[in-house]
Structure formats: C-alpha cells, structure tokens
Design a protein around this ligand. Sequence first.
Ligand SMILES: *[C@@H]1O[C@H](CO)[C@@H](O)[C@H](O)[C@H]1NC(C)=O
Ligand SMILES: *[C@@H]1O[C@H](CO)[C@@H](O)[C@H](O)[C@H]1NC(C)=O
Ligand SMILES: *[C@@H]1O[C@H](CO)[C@@H](O)[C@H](O)[C@H]1NC(C)=O
Ligand SMILES: *[C@@H]1O[C@H](CO)[C@@H](O)[C@H](O)[C@H]1NC(C)=O
Length: 410
Amino acid sequence: MVRASVKVGSAKLVVICVGLLGFALIADFLWASTSSTLPTSKPSTLVLPREKINHSKDYQNATASGRFLAAAYADLDAPLLKWQKMAPAPVPRLDGAAIQIRNLLFVFAGYGTIDYVHSHVDVYNFSDNTWGERFDMPKEMAHSHLGMVTDGRYIYVVTGQYGPQCRGPTAHTFVLDSETRKWRDLPPLPVPRYAPATQLWRGRLHVMGGSKENRHTPGLEHWSLAVKDGKALEKEWRSEIPIPRGGPHRACVVVDDRLFVLGGQEGDFMAKPGSPIFKCSRRPEVVYTDVYMLDDEMKWKTLPPMPKPNSHIEFAWALVNNSIVIAGGTTEKHPVTKKMVLNGEVVQFNLNTLKWSVIGKLPFRVKTTLVGFWNGWLYFTSGQRDKGPDDPSPKKVIGEMWRTKLKLNE
Ligand SMILES: *[C@@H]1O[C@H](CO)[C@@H](O)[C@H](O)[C@H]1NC(C)=O
Ligand SMILES: *[C@@H]1O[C@H](CO)[C@@H](O)[C@H](O)[C@H]1NC(C)=O
Ligand SMILES: *[C@@H]1O[C@H](CO)[C@@H](O)[C@H](O)[C@H]1NC(C)=O
Ligand SMILES: *[C@@H]1O[C@H](CO)[C@@H](O)[C@H](O)[C@H]1NC(C)=O
C-alpha cells in the first residue's frame, strides 16, 4: 500500500514537473517573442535555465558546436561596422512605424510592453540629432502593424492592429499632413488587415498581403485607392492583382516606377481563444526570402531571393543610390530550441545589378527596426533586440538610436 501510494505520488510529481516545464517553455516563447523586460509582464520568474530544456548530448553538441551553422537561421558573415550610439527615443517600441521626410524621422505607435501600446508620434531631427516634438495619433488609429507610406508631405496610414497583446486589426485609414500635423480620414480598407505591404505607386495607394483578421492567416488580396495631396480621389478601394504569397511584416518599396515587396512571413501569433485580454499565443510561422516586383505589365515577377529568410522589416529599410538597404529582422526559428531567431545583418539589394550582399553587422540582432538615412549615415532606432551575442532569441524592447557611416557595395 505504502509503495503504491508512493508510486502515485511520484507519478503526480512527474506530471506536475512536466506541466511546469511546458508552462515555462510557453511563457519563455511569449516572453522572448512579443513582450519586453519592462515591468508589466512577469513570466521571467518562470523561465528555466536553458540547459534544463534538453539534457541530450546530441542537443548540446548541436548547439555548442554550431553544427547548424549553415542553416537558415544562422548569422551571416559580415564586415564589422563602427556604430555610434545617439540619444534614445523617449519611449521603447516594438512593431512601431517610421517615415522619413527630409531631415525628420516620424516614429509612430508600437508596443511599449505586450500590455501597453503607444498612441503618439515622436520626431527625431537628423540635423541636430535630437528627439523633439511629440504629438497624438487619432483615437481610432491602430497602434502597431500599420501600413504606412509618404509622398514627401502627406503620410498615409492604413489599417493595423488596434490595442495591445494579440488583438485584431482595424480597417480605419488616415492621412497626416506632416507640415501642419493635422490628421484626416481616408476611406477604410475593404477589410481590416494586419501588417500589410503598403506603397504609393502611379498616383495610387497600394495595400497588399498582410494577415487576415485572426492575425495568422495570410491574405493575398491587393487593393488600391487614387490619392493626391492627402485626399482620396475615389470613394472606394479597387481590387488589384493578388500577390503570389501572402503574409505580414514585409518591406515594400517603389523605385523607378517599379514596386518591390521583400521578405515577410506566413503566420503569426494569435489571440488565445476565449482570452478576455486577447493573450498572445504562438502559432507556426514560415519566414521567407521571396522578392516580388510589379512593373508596367502588372504581373508579379520573382526576383533573386534575400540572403536569408527575413521578416519584421516593414520600416527597416532605406533607399540609397538605387539600393535597398535593410537592417535586422527575424528569420526561421531555431530547429532545436524552436525559439525565435533575430537577424543582426545589414543587407543591400542593388537594383542596378539585382544582386544581394551582406554589408555589415548591427551592434546586436534586432527586429522591427525603424530606419532612416541622412547625410551619409544609416540610422536605426527601436525594436526588440537579442538576449546577447550567443543567444539570438528576442528579449528587450528598446528605444535606442544608433548610426553608422553607410558603405555600399557596387
Ligand atoms: C559530440 O561531439 C564530440 C566532438 O565532436 C563527439 O566526439 C561526440 O561523439 C559527440 N556526441 C554526440 C552525442 O553526438
Ligand atoms: C533534445 O535534442 C535532441 C537532439 O536535437 C532531440 O532529438 C530530442 O528530441 C530533444 N529532446 C527534447 C525533450 O526536446
Ligand atoms: C532640426 O534641427 C535644425 C538644426 O538645429 C533646426 O534648424 C530645425 O529647425 C529643426 N527642425 C525641426 C522641425 O525641429
Ligand atoms: C551615393 O552616390 C554618390 C554619388 O556617386 C556618392 O558620392 C555617395 O558616396 C554614394 N553613397 C553611398 C552611401 O555609397
């Protein structure tokens, strides 16, 4: 009898331990992926040391010896760059948005923590390298995962996620006059989209891809709206040729009358069913290297792929001398730990040669950077950085601003 009850007891203990381990892993994924180290969320106390996750020699060999170094998620060889640390943004932000107009970088929205989202704009002045002005966004405007583009004065703000955690997107669409700082409404997108690719092309505001309302299911739809000087010239969006592959978190750039869509992913965190706070829960994701282009023919063409899968780069790019320069991002998850992996490279896509190259290392791996280019300097601010040189999984949400002298390849 005694032995039997001991057996039951230890079986229970095992179940409890396994349960705790599972919970700790889930908490760790969430912590590592969408939240920050700021004090509103607390799962860090539940995170077990990494070596507790898998005792297998094989695992330890694989991670220690770099057996997977050739894998998609590994760091790429890159020249070291000299980075200069500038004044940090007034607040840390993840999944924010940024638009550069001449010497000013307008930085919008974003998560401060997984439970708190910003609804204001901070402005950085490249001429004197200071953060100055701050102004509010409209109450109905989304707080993260926005589509955003400028014509040089008006900033078009399309759809995006409304609220913290893993709430869904809104269809609300706005325009900001960057000179008067006044906001206006635009016709809402036909349906809400989460992190769609957005650009101005041939007098029309184009919005494509992103995720559907559940945040996870890739959308292929593509719409456009005629706009001029911050006003819609039409009442409704029109359907355009769908993009071959859907999903959020891509860079979208118009150069020389051609529209490019770079990188991205299929799938994303979703709200846990029934959770009153729409608590984020992880879902399978595929990060890809795809590059698509639209030109005169209005048919999608496939261009040379990125050097490695890259996502969370909507505002992580600058266009310099006919090259698209991209800083950081996320790549495929680690095959053994299943943790998210951040990118720490600056890559260049030369549009003269259609060649990709890796032109430098960032001071750390980081996703959802907000990038600007001014007077020879490449700047980035914000995002979520890695745990350290040996651990590429996401940790702290930052407001830091860094710059380096940009040297492009031929
Ligand atoms: C781990 O790596 C060492 C050195 O390469 C090797 O001798 C050993 O067999 C490996 N162990 C396993 C379990 O793969
Ligand atoms: C530990 O790692 C090994 C080698 O990658 C893997 O085959 C095994 O399934 C892992 N065990 C657990 C419990 O994750
Ligand atoms: C940016 O800085 C320059 C140099 O100090 C200054 O002349 C200019 O007025 C500033 N612009 C804004 C919008 O603050
Ligand atoms: C861009 O081109 C101009 C003119 O050729 C050159 O002076 C400049 O250094 C280039 N910029 C970069 C970052 O390579």
